[in-house]
Ligand binder design. Structure first.
Ligand code: CMP
Length: 140
């Protein structure tokens, strides 16, 4: 059975363009409950660790530099079928390919500056959520 939790970040471009409120509105309108949330800024070491799975990709350096370039909002979200439904809500990684009405179609600038992150599996949702929020911080 699909899990009920996913993890998201509103990336530096989404914060810088003043779309925190608009993006959170779309998330809660879609039926997700916010179980933990913070405005934070990643250190280079944190961004490298978070994106370690992409370490061999040509865009890794650029990704780490971008994700540390300004504040982000990280959050744990809850809903039935959370991972898949959230990925549908945010749209394709490249906003040029994102379906109309999705968060990335509305607010993302490019494949690198793509406004939001969404976990790609239940396992990664757990790992990524724990990375940003020690268990004690999550609201029951
Ligand atoms: P996300 O799904 O949050 O996690 C990996 C990120 O790498 C992805 O979002 C994109 O922002 C970024 N990414 C993927 N492909 C490219 C690319 N070709 N160039 C730059 N960034 C990319």
């Amino acid at each position: 059975m699909a899990g009920t939790k996913t993890f998201t970040m509103i990336k530096p471009d989404g914060v810088e363009s003043n779309n925190i409120g608009n993006i959170l509105q779309m998330i809660t309108d879609a039926g997700f409950a916010i179980k933990a949330m913070k405005l934070t800024r990643l250190s280079t070491e944190q961004a490298q660790e978070f994106y370690a799975i992409h370490a061999e990709r040509p865009f890794y350096g650029e990704l780490v530099e971008y994700m540390t370039s300004g504040p982000i909002v990280s959050a744990i979200l809850e809903k039935d079928n959370a991972v898949e439904d959230f990925r549908t809500l945010i749209g394709a990684t490249n906003p040029a390919e994102a379906a109309e009405g999705t968060i990335r179609a509305k607010y993302a600038e490019s494949i690198g500056r793509n406004a939001v992150h969404g976990s790609d599996s239940d396992e990664n949702a757990e790992i990524e959520g724990n990375f940003h929020f020690p268990v004690a911080e999550v609201v029951a």
